[in-house]
Write a protein that binds this ligand. Structure first.
Ligand code: GUN
Length: 294
């Protein structure tokens, strides 16, 4: 039997609909319009695509979208001044600085300058530390999306064995913390881990976030496991066009897994939807309103 395909596109669309309904509610009842500011430095083509999609989807959810584009040779002081302005702007409830930044800028300094209440990426040490401490926090969007996708096929993760392959601040590390909060037993693997295939074979839940095309093979997967593929690797296709492939060898894994996310159409769709959730949550927290239902 082949795996259930976890349809990220549909699940993300449903989540965006729920966010839009709640945005309409806070607008109507509290005169509050959640606002998201996205800062893009330079012209990285992948980042351009993400930023455009964030802008469109933020507006479609009924929120205010503020886009700030800076040249790739911008002085660090100028970017820090923009962040200070956004921190102080009452119409802005979420601030996202698109990564990666040009090498001339110090990413850590930039992220540390964002007001933690507006840190919808969940990357500020305040939020990362709270998440690691099991406290309520704004959490990174892609890991949140991974958990939501998993729960569509496994509503309870209690006691399940999970493996997270990859330890980035944006995905792997926060995902580990979210899985712990769900009472999963978590193995953290990475590029230096030995015998990944054996580690993987014990997992009921596999999260591949290493950025290596099709590294996770079908014969690594425990039959019936849930496989969440965070990888987005751009490969030259046979027809000369760019093809997106994940970190999992999809055609092999789908023959063994119980459920699997495709690339594209899996996790990627969820990241922006979860960014909208975080922006709504941040707006409610800043306004002193109860945590929204979504
Ligand atoms: N670049 C790729 N994904 C992300 C993300 O989730 N947040 C930010 N800030 N930059 C990214």
């Amino acid at each position: 039997m082949t795996a259930t395909i976890i349809d990220g596109k549909t699940i993300a669309a449903e989540l965006r609909k729920r966010v839009a309904a709640d945005v309409a509610r806070v607008k109507r009842d509290h005169d509050l319009v959640p606002g998201l500011a996205v800062v893009l430095v330079g012209h990285d083509p992948a980042s351009e695509v993400y930023v455009r999609s964030k802008h469109t989807q933020t507006q479609a959810a009924g929120m205010a979208s503020f886009e700030h584009r800076l040249p790739d040779d911008v002085a660090q002081g100028e970017l820090l001044a923009l962040i200070a302005t956004l921190n102080a702007d009452p119409a802005v409830h979420g601030i996202l600085v698109q990564l990666p930044l040009p090498k001339s800028l110090d990413t850590e300094t930039i992220i540390n300058a964002i007001d933690p209440m507006k840190d919808v990426d969940g990357l500020h040490p305040h939020n990362a530390g709270r998440l690691a401490g099991g406290l309520p926090a704004l959490s990174p969007c892609t890991p949140l999306g991974c958990i939501i996708l998993t729960k569509t096929v496994r509503p309870s993760l209690d006691g399940l064995n999970a493996i997270v392959i990859g330890r980035s601040n944006l995905v792997g590390r926060p995902l580990v913390q979210l899985l712990l909060n769900e009472n999963a037993t978590v193995t953290i693997a990475h590029s230096r881990s030995r015998d990944l295939a054996r580690l993987c074979a014990q997992a009921d839940l596999v999260y591949a976030a290493v950025g290596r095309p099709e590294m996770v093979r079908g014969d690594w997967i425990k039959p019936g496991a849930v496989v969440i593929d965070v990888g987005i690797n751009r490969m030259p296709g046979d027809d000369g066009r760019t093809r997106l492939v994940g970190d999992v060898a999809f055609a092999e894994a789908r023959e063994v897994a119980g459920a699997i996310t495709p690339v594209p159409g899996g996790v990627g769709q969820m990241t922006v939807a979860c960014l909208l959730v975080n922006t709504l949550r941040a707006a409610c927290a800043i306004a002193g309103l109860p945590k929204p239902a979504v």
